[in-house]
Design a protein around this ligand. Structure first.
Ligand code: GLU
Length: 313
């Protein structure tokens, strides 16, 4: 049987135009996150998408130059930074399995004795913040500097109004952190970890910046434009695998089925996805589906892999 013809060089500009037109009816269907009050101020009909090819070509559409709150997408940066500095020792304190539970759940943590299932649920991300807090004077500043470096963009910054809004309502994350502290899996003061975590989550980027920032993970751990190695190829492979299995909340199975790419999403409505060896793609639309992933963003990525014939499968 002959293989189906794959387009050698997809027309990304035309494909983004098609996708942008197709998602319009979906932009009114999602629900903007409101449990962090400041996030609910964003209008849900926004949509942006950007592609960063490893050869340096870039494509974007819609609100791709608009900054938005990265939220859980920053968990990927914190993990990459912690993994690059601490290596495999991080796995003594956090697992590598999907949780099958909501990202902010406490239940599993109780019966698994304070060891979070993976670094992308809140409990696991708080452990990453704790690890970075033991290593750097201020872990949130370390993550911010890392984000600026991988995005090649000095204007990347915290949104302190969002950080305050999250910190003032972070009752559940406080509960998670206290529980882990009780199990001995948090070494720094709970307040230090929560404050740093909230500032880290408030980092904003545009889709164009986010796609560029993620490109080192598509290029086996090395920044494409500078040649700087952030992670060795094996570590980059492992982070890609974690993104595929755990990166899109407890919808990771369905996301893999529909999109077929490693990805990390956030409740700000952003999703970063990777086509290893080829490109990074970022999408933003603040209306979320019932699992917490951007509704239009997930659909846009599903169409992207279909129209470009690019996926990891
Ligand atoms: N800062 C958010 C929280 O901890 C991040 C959630 C997310 O984007 O999944 O609730």
């Amino acid at each position: 049987m002959s293989k189906p013809d794959l387009p050698q060089i997809p027309d990304y500009a035309a494909i983004l135009e098609t996708i942008c037109a197709e998602v319009q009816p979906l932009l009114h269907q999602g629900k903007v996150a409101s449990y962090i009050p400041q996030l609910s101020k964003v209008s849900r009909d926004r949509f942006g998408m950007a592609v960063y090819c490893l050869d340096g070509r870039t494509f974007s559409i819609g609100d791709a130059q608009q900054k938005f709150s990265l939220q859980s997408v920053t968990k990927l940066f914190a993990l990459a930074l912690a993994f690059s500095r601490e290596g495999d020792s991080i796995w003594e304190r956090v697992g590598r399995e999907p949780s099958g539970n909501p990202f902010n759940s406490l239940v599993q943590l109780e019966y698994e004795k304070g060891k979070p299932r993976n670094p992308f649920i809140n409990a696991g991300a708080l452990v990453m913040t704790d690890i970075l807090s033991s290593r750097f004077v201020e872990s949130d500043i370390a993550v911010l500097q890392f984000a600026r470096m991988i995005a090649d963009e000095i204007s990347v910054d915290f949104d302190l109004a969002v950080a305050r809004s999250e910190r003032d309502t972070a009752h559940r994350n406080y509960a998670i952190a206290h529980l882990m502290k009780d199990f001995g899996n948090l070494h720094n003061p709970v307040k230090t970890v929560i404050d740093s975590y909230c500032r880290q989550c408030s980092i904003t980027m545009t889709c164009a910046e986010l796609a560029k920032a993620g490109s080192f993970l598509a290029q086996h751990g090395t920044i494409p434009w500078s040649g700087q190695q952030i992670l060795d190829a094996s570590s980059a492979k492992r982070l890609n695998a974690l993104m595929l299995t755990c990166g899109t909340y407890d919808a990771a199975g369905d996301f893999a089925y529909r999109v077929g790419l490693p990805a990390k999403s956030g409740v700000g409505g952003g999703i970063l996805a990777l086509v290893p060896g080829e490109l990074a793609v970022a999408v933003w639309s603040p209306g979320l589906d019932h699992t917490g992933n951007s509704l239009a963003g997930t659909y846009a990525l599903e169409r992207f892999t279909t129209l470009t014939s690019r996926s990891i499968f």
